[in-house]
Design a binder for this molecule. Structure first.
Ligand code: ADP
Ligand code: MG
Length: 268
C-alpha cells in the first residue's frame, strides 16, 4: 500500500513544488516506486518533471477527480524509471467550484487513488497555495503531510490557520492524518535572520522539524526550466545533497515507526 504524503502550506513560494518533485525523485532513485500528484492548477510540478501541457489535456488529475477518467490513464512516465506523475492544468482551477455540488466532494481524490494504491510505495501530492477544497481533498486522502516553510520573518504566520484546518479534517474525515514534519527551505546559512528564525521554529516544534534543511541553491531554481529534478540536473549540488538527506530521513523515520530494525551503518 502506498504511503500518501501531502506537501502543504497555503502560502505560495515556500518550496512546496520544488520539495515535492525533488523528494519524489530522490525516493525514486532509492528504488521506491513513487507517484507525484500535481494538485496545483498552475501545473508547475508537471512542467518541472518535463511534461508538456499539450501531452495531457484530455487526461490528467482533473479528469480523474471528477470521474471522467481512471487515474491509471492520467499517469505519465518521467525520465526516472521509478517516478511517475499525474499532471494538472488550468482545468483544475474550475474543479474547486464544480466539486462543490458533487456528492462526497471532499473524497474525490481518495476515491481516484483506489486503483493505484498497490502500484506505489509513495504518492506525493503537491498542493495549491490555499486551504480550499483541493487541499481538503489532499488531506483527506493522505496518511501524513509535510509543511515546507521558508526561514524568513513571519514564516510561522498562517501556521495556526493551517493546523486548524488539519484539526477539522482529523475530527471529521481523516482521524489518522499525521504530521511528518516541517521542512525548512531556502535556508541561507550566512543570514543571521535565517539562523534566528530556524532556531525559533526548532524551539517551537522540536522533533517535528526535519533535520534535513534545504539551502537556497540556484541549481534548484534552474532545474525546472530543463524539466529535470535536481538529481538529474546536478547530482553534486547542495540541493541534491539536501533532498537526498531528506529522503533518507523520511525512509528511516518510517522504518522506526513500523518498529523495523535500524539499517546497518554504511562504511565510509
Ligand atoms: P510553492 O510551490 O510553495 O509556490 P516553489 O517550489 O514553486 O514554491 O518555489 C518558489 C520559487 O522559488 C520557484 O521559482 C523555485 O524555483 C524557487 N525555489 C524553491 N526552492 C528553492 C531553493 N531551495 N533555492 C533556490 N530557489 C528555490
Ligand atoms: Mg507550487
Amino acid at each position: 500500500m502506498a504511503k500518501i504524503i501531502a506537501m502543504m502550506n497555503q502560502k505560495g513560494g515556500v518550496g512546496k513544488t520544488t520539495s515535492t518533485i525533488n523528494l519524489a525523485a530522490c525516493l525514486a532513485v532509492a528504488e521506491k516506486k513513487t507517484l507525484v500528484i500535481d494538485l496545483d492548477p498552475q501545473g508547475n510540478g508537471s512542467i518541472s518533471l518535463g511534461l508538456d501541457a499539450s501531452q495531457h489535456t484530455e487526461c490528467n488529475i482533473y479528469h480523474a477527480m471528477i470521474g471522467q477518467a481512471s487515474i491509471k490513464n492520467a499517469i505519465y512516465q518521467t525520465e526516472l524509471p521509478y517516478l511517475h506523475i499525474c499532471p494538472s492544468d488550468n482545468n483544475l482551477s474550475g474543479a474547486e467550484i464544480e466539486l462543490v455540488s458533487l456528492f462526497a466532494r471532499e473524497s474525490k481524490l481518495k476515491m481516484a487513488f483506489e486503483p493505484v494504491m498497490d502500484d506505489y510505495d509513495y504518492i506525493l501530492i503537491d498542493c495549491p497555495p490555499s486551504l480550499g477544497l483541493l487541499t481538503v481533498n489532499a488531506l483527506n486522502a493522505a496518511d501524513s503531510f509535510i509543511v515546507p516553510m521558508q526561514t524568513e520573518y513571519l514564516a510561522m504566520e498562517g501556521l495556526a490557520q493551517l493546523l486548524n484546518t488539519v484539526r477539522l479534517i482529523k475530527n471529521s474525515l481523516n482521524p489518522n492524518l499525521k504530521m511528518d514534519g516541517i521542512l525548512l527551505t531556502m535556508y541561507d546559512g550566512r543570514s543571521s535572520l535565517h539562523k534566528q528564525v530556524t532556531g525559533e521554529i526548532r524551539k517551537h516544534f522540536g522533533e517535528k522539524v526535519f533535520e534535513a534543511v534545504i539551502p537556497r541553491n540556484v541549481k534548484l531554481a534552474e532545474c525546472p526550466s530543463f524539466g529535470k529534478p535536481i538529481i538529474l540536473y546536478d547530482i553534486e549540488s547542495k540541493g541534491s545533497e539536501a533532498y537526498l538527506a531528506l529522503a533518507k530521513e523520511l525512509i528511516l523515520k518510517e522504518r522506526e515507526a513500523q518498529g523495523l530494525p535500524e539499517l546497518p551503518v554504511e562504511e565510509t
